[in-house]
Design a protein around this ligand. Sequence first.
Ligand code: 13P
Ligand code: SF4
Length: 392
Amino acid sequence: MAGVTSTWTEPSNTATALLLLGRGSDPASERGVDCPGDLPAPSDPGLVARATAAKAALGDRVFVLGHHYQRDEVIQFADVTGDSFKLAQQAAARPDAEFIVFCGVHFMAESADILTTPSQQVILPDLAAGCSMADMAVLGQVETAWERFTDLGIAGDVVPVTYMNSSADIKGFVGRNKGVVCTSSNAKRALTWSFEQGSKVFFLPDQHLGRNTAVLEMGFDLDDCVLYDPHKPGGGLTDDELRDARMILWRGHCSVHGRFTLDSVREVRERVPGVNVLVHPECRHDVVRAADQVGSTEYIIKALEAAPAGSAWAVGTELNLVRRLALAHPDKQVMFLDRTVCYCSTMNRIDLPHLVWALEELVAGRVPNVITVDEDTAHHARAALDQMLALP
Ligand code: 13P
Ligand code: SF4
């Protein structure tokens, strides 16, 4: 083709640069910085053998955690796979591993650092693996909202709850204010506990998980929920709206699960009669209402294991997981809920070249991409995480 060259140069370090393979940095996002050193080429046919050899050389010194949304090429090297709750538990349960290599995103690695011992180091193979939802709640914005509640005289009634998918700063804020962290596996238990401590919940940063749990699992009305928009003065809410609300939802969402629409559900029901629609609670409220089942990634995996042969399932969650489920259940019809390809782009930053690079650096005695949370933040965030791990 005229004008097309065979080589392609990575864009310069601007906010819109693609940052292929995690090189360069995006100052507007969750701490993406350069990966120092030379990454192996993605086309290197020896990558699997190199990762296998490096992991074997490290033995019990390394423990590799893999979130369900990771690529197959990475998941094959995970010692444990899981959703964010299971991975947090697993990180806390491995005090003997010197290095925790976290194949997931930045906020998960931060939580692992908080829950592991000071002598352990948590490594994120690509520091550009952030999360757009976590980026939607910045500490200064959340403190501004809390000042508003204080001025209004309601802060004493409000229990802050943050989804695991938030920065350590936000978890620290929640711990300081006697709240709790939750995941999609335990959101109902976290809200039940919170409503025993106060009459209102301030739910960060995923409005959909907060609304879906409150309305569909705990019997609240949609009218009990208000949406706090950090980009509007006063959150865009009147004093009366804040006084009357039971759930104050932060205006944040997951850019992957937010793509599923009511039309996707209607369309798949027309195309596949009898299909079961199974979605993650980060999906929009109308989508979750129209689905047959809703649950965390671990729930989705178990639901498909328990499904009878011959049944049909349209699954509304990240595509790497749905693809693996389709391959694992050839006797069932497992399909993606939407026609649009829907990978989590930040989860996908962790690829085999980055994993090989991180493991080989460890073998060489260098510890790359260490995720550390400062002691004060970690202290308060740990309180909110411990409260989650102790939920009845
Ligand atoms: P869970 O792992 O809690 O199901 O959350 C899904 C997700 O979006 C992780 O980033
Ligand atoms: Fe963040 Fe959504 Fe990706 Fe999870 S799937 S890391 S919430 S953008």
